[in-house]
Write a protein that binds this ligand. Structure first.
Ligand SMILES: Cc1cn([C@H]2C[C@H](O)[C@@H](COP(=O)(O)OP(=O)(O)OP(=O)(O)O)O2)c(=O)[nH]c1=O
Length: 205
């Protein structure tokens, strides 16, 4: 395997977390905000929702990109929290965050992230997802209100950030941590390799 020349990732995202996570792979990348429609049919499973939305985000950038995509891979991702089969996205307001955090406390829920990769060279698409179980500690109403007052819940699926102050709400997790933060890096590296981009390149010379 040889490291591809002029290879790069185009991250189709507005999420600062995803930007930080992708930077940790130390591959060249640029970020292009993607504004795809996020409505999905009500009978979609969590897996279908995150894969569909990840693909829409990647496709929106792939289709509108005006420069050459040679050597590039466009990456889109989507994250949801699922409690008792109910999909929790980002909270609309404080009461919505309070409702979600009340549902999650003292129980175990699942976080799903979908990741879609599109090869700029061939147009080949790979879409997959990961699931992580997250067990939350018991919280009082006052504790939940105090967490909401930090404003951290507002742009996060399920109204918490495991990488932030929300870490103290979490008892334990089972599965990929980065999947909860919004981009499962281990899955992504497998998808990139499948499309010919290796995070750890092995030089044959
Ligand atoms: C559960 C959880 C979610 N999140 C975030 C990750 C995502 O940014 C967000 C879920 O919203 P998404 O719709 O997946 O992503 P986004 O709108 O923030 O960004 P994009 O432009 O890529 O669509 O919740 C955390 O940061 N920490 C957590 O612990």
């Amino acid at each position: 395997m040889k490291k591809q020349q002029n290879h790069r990732i185009i991250l189709a995202s507005t999420s600062p977390r995803r930007r930080e996570l992708i930077a940790s792979l130390r591959l060249p990348f640029e970020v292009v905000p993607s504004h795809a429609d996020e409505d999905t049919p009500g009978d979609y499973t969590p897996e279908q929702v995150v894969e569909e939305l990840a693909l829409r985000k990647a496709k929106a950038v792939y289709d509108s990109y005006e420069l050459s995509l040679e050597g590039a891979i466009v990456v889109g991702s989507d994250t949801i929290v699922v409690m008792d089969g109910m999909i929790l996205g980002k909270p609309k307001d404080e009461e919505d965050a309070f409702r979600m955090l009340g549902m999650l406390q003292n129980r175990t829920h699942e976080v799903y992230s979908g990741v879609a990769c599109i090869s700029g060279d061939t147009g080949r698409i790979i879409v997959d997802h990961r699931k992580t179980k997250v067990k939350m500690k018991a919280q009082t109403d006052e504790g939940i209100r105090a967490y909401i007052a930090t404003k951290e819940p507002f742009d996060k699926a399920g109204s918490y950030a495991i990488q932030g102050i929300g870490s103290i709400l979490v008892e334990s997790i089972e599965g990929c941590y980065f999947n909860v933060v919004g981009l499962p890096l281990s899955l992504l590296s497998e998808q990139l390799a499948e499309l010919g981009m290796h995070v750890l390149a092995i030089d044959e010379t």
